[in-house]
Design a protein around this ligand. Structure first.
Ligand code: HEM
Length: 225
C-alpha cells in the first residue's frame, strides 16, 4: 500500500497518493530562473571567450550588446543562486555518512546501487556538485567585478585584472562541467526531473534513491542513524 506522505515540515501543497513533495513552487521557480540565466550567461561568455565561438553573440544582438549584457546576466544568475543556496545549503552539508558514500562511489557508477550506503535528501555526489556551483559562482562574481568595464575595472591594477580573467575562465569551466554532471544525473536517475518540474517524486523513487529522506517524510521525523 502507498502512503500520501505529507508531513507538515516541507509540504506546502497537497500531494496525490503515492507522491511526496520534494520542492515548494517558489524553490522550483527560483531553480529554473537560475538555470535559464546560466545558459544565457554561459553562451554570452563563450562568445567572448574565443573567436571560434563568437557566433553565439548573434543570440544577444551582436558583439557590442553581448559585451554589455554578459556581466548583467551573470550577476542575475548569481543573485538567483543566492536564494537557492540559502534554501538548500543545510541539506548539502557533508558528513561522515557522505564520506562513506564517496568511498563506495565506484559501485554507484557500475550501477550497483545495492552496495551503496543509505542516503538522506541528497547523496554525496549531489552535495559535491552543489558546492562546486557555490564556489565557482562566488569566484565568477568576485573576479567578474574586477574587470567589468567601464564600472569597476579601473579600481584594480592590470596584473590583478589579468589574474582575475584567468580565475574567471577556470571557474566558468568548473561551473559548466558541474552543470553537465548535474543534468546528466537528473536524467540518468529515472523519475528525478519531475522533482523540479512538478515538485513531487513518487514514493518508490524516494524509497529506492533516498531511503533516509523517505523515512523522514513518511514517519515525520528525522532519521536516527
Ligand atoms: C537544464 C538544466 C538543469 C536541469 C535539467 C536541472 C535539474 C534539476 C533537478 C531534477 C533537480 C532535483 C534533484 C533532486 O531533488 O534530487 C535539481 C536540483 C537543483 N539544481 Fe538543477 N537543473 C538544471 C540546472 C541547474 C543550474 C544551472 C543550477 C545552478 C547553477 C542548478 C542548481 C540546482 C540546485 C542547487 C538544486 C537543489 C539540489 C542540490 O542542492 O543539489 N540546476 N536540478
Amino acid at each position: 500500500m502507498t502512503t500520501t506522505s505529507t508531513p507538515a515540515r516541507t509540504t506546502a501543497t497537497a500531494t496525490h497518493p503515492g507522491e511526496i513533495r520534494r520542492y515548494k513552487d517558489g524553490t522550483r521557480m527560483n531553480h529554473w530562473f537560475v538555470a535559464l540565466l546560466f545558459f544565457a550567461a554561459a553562451l554570452s561568455g563563450l562568445a567572448l571567450f574565443h573567436p571560434v565561438l563568437f557566433f553565439f553573440s548573434n543570440l544577444f544582438g551582436g558583439g557590442q550588446l553581448t559585451r554589455i549584457l554578459h556581466p548583467f546576466l551573470g550577476l542575475a544568475m548569481v543573485l538567483g543562486f543566492v536564494f537557492l543556496f540559502f534554501t538548500v545549503w543545510r541539506e548539502n552539508l557533508i558528513g561522515r555518512a557522505d564520506r562513506e558514500w564517496l568511498r563506495h562511489s565506484g559501485q554507484m557508477l557500475k550501477g550497483n546501487k545495492g552496495a551503496m550506503p543509505a542516503v538522506g535528501k541528497y547523496n554525496a555526489g549531489q552535495k559535491l556538485v552543489f558546492w562546486g556551483f557555490a564556489v565557482s559562482l562566488l569566484l565568477l562574481l568576485v573576479t567578474g567585478f574586477m574587470f567589468w568595464a567601464p564600472y569597476f575595472f579601473h579600481l584594480f591594477p592590470v596584473t590583478v585584472r589579468r589574474l582575475a580573467i584567468l580565475v574567471h575562465a577556470v571557474s566558468a569551466v568548473v561551473l559548466v562541467l558541474s552543470v553537465i554532471v548535474h543534468v546528466y544525473a537528473a536524467i540518468w536517475v529515472k523519475g528525478t526531473t519531475r522533482a523540479m518540474t512538478r515538485g513531487t517524486v513518487t514514493d518508490s523513487w524516494a524509497r529506492h534513491n533516498h531511503p533516509l529522506w523517505h523515512r523522514e517524510m513518511t514517519e515525520g521525523h528525522p532519521p536516527r542513524d
